[in-house]
Design a protein around this ligand. Structure first.
Ligand SMILES: *Cc1c(COP(=O)(O)O)cnc(C)c1O
Length: 417
């Protein structure tokens, strides 16, 4: 053997020295309010299973039936062998749920972003993203070869500035795609979708919105934040995941028939990857039905009740409705120490570090679920206060949006450099 492992060992050492080393933790229980890890039972404030559907009987039943009828694996990609009924049912359910002409499901949200962006965009095009968008969007844009520009987080004026500059420089060449999340994954704040829609229409750009943390939670039909703000019909590419509030696994793109037909022909993770297992599609369909049901509405109400309780108990300043509440620590090591202190007291709250967030903006990312009880939230709040970790009560509490970000500011970040 060459020096392969030596070189890797050096890299790992560097990660440890920077407090950026990660290791696996093993869990021996279903995803839920409590997690068993080794001999310890932890109260789970780390999951994106916001409505507690990942272990819901209706979803598990649907998955089991699909296994019985269609088997464990899919065998090949959908364009090779064809699509099984659970997949067509899922895409019909998605189309109705989101109120769009068509829908396409993918093996993951990550794959959906990659498939859509690379299929829609090429070298001569321009992609402008919010500085805090998810890695899957940045990776896909880089892969597309398009020019990548970044606007300051949720800053419509800065986006306009970027659009203006791009338009004078690039008159007549290629399309422009603006991409944002609706509810941001590591900050829990909301994008100004109405203003973004006005702007993209004024400049003739396209808009893609990643609703990973909003699908199933916002809007009269729980379609997401775009529905709540009344702008869903103006968004060319509506993306989301089936693996968070919907409790299953997979990703989706919803939009026009032309969009979906193009993706079937051009989205490489769709074409070159074996179809998701039928059980995943069946569980996702059951998840979509669940969030639209009376029981789903009860879960959603309970989630927002817990979110309000936590805000009141530990004094979050802004009062937005969000299941994601970051406590920004800054220093990576300190964030890890705080997460360890919480774990020692029986709470699983992850320390989020670079590259998920910018260097020096490490944080505890608290997530709430409808499966939490009022007592769970009280216990957590009490512990955060005792440890001096609540905002305004000790070490933490910098507003997340004041922090630097994973991507450099708009100037200079471009693939053609
Ligand atoms: C989780 C997440 C994804 C990826 O979805 P998966 O189904 O987990 O691959 C995409 N975008 C955002 C904002 C996310 O938080």
């Amino acid at each position: 053997m060459s020096n392969f492992n030596e070189i890797l060992g050096e890299r790992l050492k560097k990660l440890r020295a920077q407090d950026l080393y990660r290791e696996l933790r093993w869990i021996d229980s279903p995803p839920g309010r409590l997690l068993q890890t080794g001999t310890q039972i932890l109260l789970n404030f780390a999951s994106n299973d916001y409505l507690g559907l990942a272990n819901e009987p209706a979803l598990k039943e649907a998955a089991k039936k699909a296994v019985e009828r269609y088997g464990a694996g899919a065998g090949a990609s959908r364009l090779i062998t064809g699509s099984v009924t659970p997949q067509s049912e899922l895409e019909e359910a998605l189309t109705q749920f989101k109120g769009t002409e068509a829908a396409l499901s993918f093996g993951s949200g990550y794959a959906a972003a990659q498939g859509a962006i690379v299929a829609l965009i090429s070298k001569q095009d321009l992609v402008i993203v919010d500085r805090l968008v998810h890695a899957c969007i940045v990776d896909a844009t880089r892969l597309s070869g398009a020019t990548l520009r970044v606007f300051a987080h949720n800053d419509v004026a800065d986006l306009e500035h970027v659009l203006e500059k791009a338009q004078t420089k690039r008159a007549g060449t290629g399309n422009t795609l603006i991409i944002t999340e609706s509810v941001f994954s590591m900050d829990g704040d909301h994008a100004p979708l109405r203003e973004l829609v006005l702007l993209k229409e004024r400049y003739g750009a396209w808009l893609m919105v990643d609703e990973a943390h909003a699908t199933g939670l916002y809007g009269p039909h729980r379609r997401g934040l775009a529905e709540e703000l009344g702008v869903a019909d103006h968004i060319e590419v509506q993306m989301g995941t089936l693996s968070k509030a919907l409790g299953a696994a997979g990703g989706y793109i919803c939009g026009s028939r032309a969009l979906v037909d193009l993706l079937i022909n051009r989205a490489r993770p769709f074409i070159f990857s074996t179809a998701p297992v039928p059980a995943a599609a069946a569980a996702a369909t059951a998840g979509i039905r669940f969030v639209q049901s009376v029981a789903g509405e009860e879960r959603r109400k309970r989630l927002w009740t817990r979110a309000r309780e936590l805000s009141q108990l530990i004094g979050f300043s802004e009062d937005r409705l969000s299941a994601i509440r970051p406590l920004v620590v800054g220093d990576e090591r300190r964030a890890m120490e705080q997460a360890a202190a919480l774990r020692a007291r029986g709470f699983l709250v992850p320390a989020i570090r670079f590259p998920a967030v910018a260097h020096g903006s490490a944080r505890l990312r608290l997530t709430l679920s409808a499966s939490h009880t009022a007592e769970d939230v009280q216990l957590l709040a009490q512990t955060l206060l005792e440890l001096g970790l609540a905002p305004g009560h000790g070490q933490n509490g910098q507003s997340a949006s004041q922090c630097a970000s994973p991507l450099p500011v708009s100037e200079g970040l471009s693939n053609d450099a």
